[in-house]
Design a binder for this molecule. Structure first.
Ligand code: SF4
Length: 361
C-alpha cells in the first residue's frame, strides 16, 4: 500500500538503527509527544533497537489520558439526565470517572452513543428534536476543526438542542510546561505529525529557540519514527536546535489554513487543567462568546463538579516523561485494560495500554 508498506520495511528500519548506533556518542533522552507514536515504538520494538545511550520517554499526547477526571464526572452527570442523548468518540466511554464511566451509564439505561464524527451528533440533534444531544469535545488540535465545523453547522441550523462539553488541549503550551520544569530530562522532541498537519510548525520555532532544543515533526510508521529519531539525535550530537520536518508528505510550516480559520472562529485559548499535570496556561480551547450558547457545561450547570484522582495512579509522572508504566505498582495487577484504574490503560493511545498490550511488564 502506497505510503504505508514502504514505511514498514524491516530492512530499512534496521539500516536506520545501524546509522543511529554509529552516530550517538553521549546519553540523550527524547520524548515522543503523541500516544499513537508511543504505540508504534513499543509495538515494533523500535526502542529496543536503539543504543543504550538513547532513552525514549512518553509524552502527554493522548487525548483520553489528559482529560481531567472532573470532566469525565461532568460528562457522566450530563449523560445521566433523562432528556439527554450523550455522544462521544469511543475511547472516552470506558474511562472511569469517580464512580461511573459512560458505558455504565448506558448499561443503566442512559442514552449514550459512540460516534465517529461530531457532525453525526448535529444530524442526531436534527433527527431527535425532543432530546438534548451533547457531544464530548476532547482531543488536540487534530480533532478540534471537526468540532468547529459541527458548531458552525449547528449555528447555521439554529439548533436549540445541540451542545458540546469542551475539553480541547493544545500541544505547544504543554511542551513549554514540560521544558520549564527543573525535573525535565527531555533533550529533544518528536512532535506529532497530525497536529502539525493542521497547525503547521511555526508555533514550535519560538520553543526550539527559547529552550535551544531540536524538535522533529514525525509521522507514525516505524520508518518515520526511526528517521525522526536519527534527525533529532544528529541535531543533538552536532549541537544544533530548531524545528525540522520528517513528515513532509503531510506537514508544511504553515499547516492547513482553512482549518485554522475554522478554529479561530469557534475557539479562543484558555487555561486548561491536564490530568495528572495540573493547569497549563493558555493550553486549551474554550468557545468564543458567539458560540457560548452551545456550551453543555453551562447548559446543564456542571461547572462546579470536582473530583479527586486515585492515589495509586502515576499517570501524571508518565505523561511528563518522569516515569514509565512499569514503575506503577498497579501496572498489570490491579490495573489492566479490562479493569483500568487510570486513563493511560484505557485509551488505545495510552502508554500503559501500549506496554501491557505488547508484553512490556
Ligand atoms: S498502570 Fe494504571 S494505575 Fe498505573 S499509571 Fe497506568 S493507568 Fe495509572
Amino acid at each position: 500500500m502506497k505510503f504505508v508498506d514502504e514505511y514498514r520495511s524491516e530492512a530499512d528500519v534496521r539500516k536506520v538503527a545501524d546509522s543511529i548506533r554509529a552516530l550517538v556518542t553521549r546519553p540523550w533522552t527524547l520524548m515522543e509527544i503523541c500516544g499513537g507514536q508511543t504505540h508504534t515504538l513499543i509495538k515494533y520494538g523500535l526502542d529496543r533497537m536503539l543504543p543504550d545511550l538513547v532513552t525514549l520517554v512518553h509524552g502527554p499526547g493522548c487525548p483520553v489520558c489528559v482529560t481531567p477526571l472532573e470532566l469525565i464526572d461532568r460528562a457522566v452527570a450530563i449523560a445521566r439526565r433523562p432528556e439527554v442523548t450523550f455522544a462521544s468518540f469511543g475511547d472516552m466511554l470506558r474511562v472511569p470517572g469517580s464512580e461511573l464511566d459512560l458505558l455504565s451509564v448506558k448499561a443503566r439505561g442512559g442514552d449514550v452513543r459512540m460516534l465517529y464524527s461530531p457532525l453525526d451528533a448535529v444530524r442526531l440533534a436534527q433527527k431527535l428534536p425532543e432530546r438534548q444531544v451533547v457531544f464530548f469535545a476532547v482531543g488536540f488540535e487534530t480533532t478540534a476543526p471537526a468540532i468547529a465545523g459541527a458548531l458552525l453547522e449547528a449555528e447555521r441550523l439554529d439548533l436549540p438542542n445541540f451542545s458540546v462539553l469542551v475539553s480541547h488541549v493544545l500541544v505547544p503550551p504543554a511542551m513549554e510546561a514540560l521544558l520549564s520544569s527543573p525535573a525535565c530530562l527531555v533533550k529533544g522532541f518528536l512532535a506529532a505529525g497530525h497536529v502539525c498537519t493542521v497547525m503547521g510548525t511555526h508555533e514550535y520555532d519560538p520553543i526550539a529557540e527559547r529552550y535551544r532544543i531540536p524538535i522533529v515533526v514525525t509521522g507514525f510508521e516505524p520508518l518515520d519514527l526511526m528517521v525522526g529519531i536519527r534527525m533529532t539525535l544528529a541535531a543533538l550530537e552536532e549541537g544544533r536546535h530548531g524545528v525540522e520536518i520528517q513528515y513532509s508528505r503531510c506537514v508544511t510550516p504553515g499547516g492547513n489554513l482553512p482549518a485554522q480559520k475554522l478554529l479561530s472562529e469557534v475557539f479562543e485559548t484558555c487555561d486548561r487543567p491536564w490530568r495528572g499535570i495540573g493547569v497549563i496556561p493558555k493550553s486549551g480551547y474554550a468557545l468564543t462568546p458567539r458560540f457560548l450558547r452551545f456550551d453543555a457545561a453551562k447548559r446543564f450547570d456542571v461547572e462546579t463538579v470536582t473530583a479527586e484522582e486515585p492515589a495509586v495512579c502515576i499517570a501524571g509522572s508518565i505523561l511528563q516523561g518522569l516515569a514509565k508504566p512499569r514503575d506503577c505498582a498497579a501496572f498489570g495487577r490491579e490495573c489492566r485494560p479490562e479493569k483500568p484504574l487510570g486513563a493511560p490503560m484505557v485509551s488505545s493511545e495510552g502508554a500503559c495500554a501500549a506496554y501491557y498490550s505488547y508484553g512490556r511488564e
